[in-house]
Design a binder for this molecule. Structure first.
Ligand SMILES: Nc1ncnc2c1ncn2[C@@H]1O[C@H](COP(=O)(O)OP(=O)(O)OP(=O)(O)O)[C@@H](O)[C@H]1O
Ligand SMILES: [Mg+2]
Length: 244
């Protein structure tokens, strides 16, 4: 299959690698703005392993969120490979089909972006149960799990059947977190998941991360809060040192 890496021996070495970046190059071309080029990554190689939380650090504007978007297939990869371990194969996100990217998002990679992209009229409970239903879980069971997750993240019950359009920033963030953690993805990408949360909910997110690591999940996260970083990180990568 064309999307399987030719270098797959590197990630078949049984070392727990679930996600491997090889020689990634990325730059933005702004054709409508004087054809400006913004170089982001030049020959970046990284490995993310089972049961480890890798925290990306570096100055604002360096490309931390861009990297997570490349790993989720939101941004095109100019050169290099992003190999995702799936069904005993290594799928290259840089060359695989759109259908394969959808399958990876359904079954393998969860992503908590900093801001929820709110879909008007879809109630919070349906947003949170949807990842489980799309994996084939029975709707009643998915709803039960979603309720437990919303309760755990202190979303008041009278909001469960409302669209999060009118929710506060912290409530929207918690809906996003609930969606990311409900479906037990082997890989989780977290972009500042605790940025707008109060202390109690930050603690819940730290617990969710510890539980995910114990299940074997490979986590790639961005956390500005040093307290959170200290509690969850196994590996810290300064992108300023490895990306340019
Ligand atoms: N879609 C895009 N089109 C053009 N430029 C972009 C795009 N997305 C990001 N950039 C540029 O890429 C650079 C890196 O942005 P990114 O959001 O990845 O930074 P970051 O490290 O996450 O910063 P912060 O810590 O502030 O969140 C910035 O200069 C930004 O302007
Ligand atoms: Mg960012």
């Amino acid at each position: 299959m064309s999307y399987v890496s030719e270098n797959s021996a590197i990630v078949n070495s049984n070392d727990g690698a679930l996600l491997t970046i090889q020689n990634l190059h990325k730059q933005f071309e702004l054709h409508t703005q004087k054809n400006t080029s913004i170089p982001i990554f030049n020959d970046l190689s990284l490995v993310f392993k089972k049961s480890e939380c890798t925290v990306l650090v570096g100055p604002s504007g360096l490309g931390k969120s861009t990297l997570l978007k490349c790993l989720y297939g939101n941004y095109k990869i100019d050169q290099g490979e992003v190999l995702v371990h799936f069904d005993d194969e290594n799928v290259d996100m840089a060359t695989c089909s759109a259908q394969m990217i959808n399958a990876l998002r359904r079954n393998v990679i969860g992503y908590v972006s900093q801001f929820l992209r709110v879909i008007p009229r879809v109630p919070a409970i349906d947003l949170v149960s949807e990842p489980l239903i799309s994996q084939g879980c029975a709707p009643e069971q998915a709803i039960e799990k979603a309720q437990a997750m919303l309760r755990r993240l202190s979303i008041p019950e009278n909001l469960w059947n409302l669209s999060p359009t009118t929710f506060s920033g912290g409530e929207q963030q918690r809906i996003n977190i609930a969606r990311g953690f409900i479906a037990d993805y082997p890989i989780l990408l977290l972009d500042e998941p605790t940025a707008s949360l109060d202390h109690r909910n930050v603690q819940v997110v730290i617990e969710l991360i510890h539980e995910a690591k114990a299940r074997g999940v490979a986590i790639v996260g961005i956390f500005h809060d040093e307290h959170v970083r200290d509690q969850v990180s196994d590996v810290i990568i300064n992108l300023a040192e490895v990306a340019q």
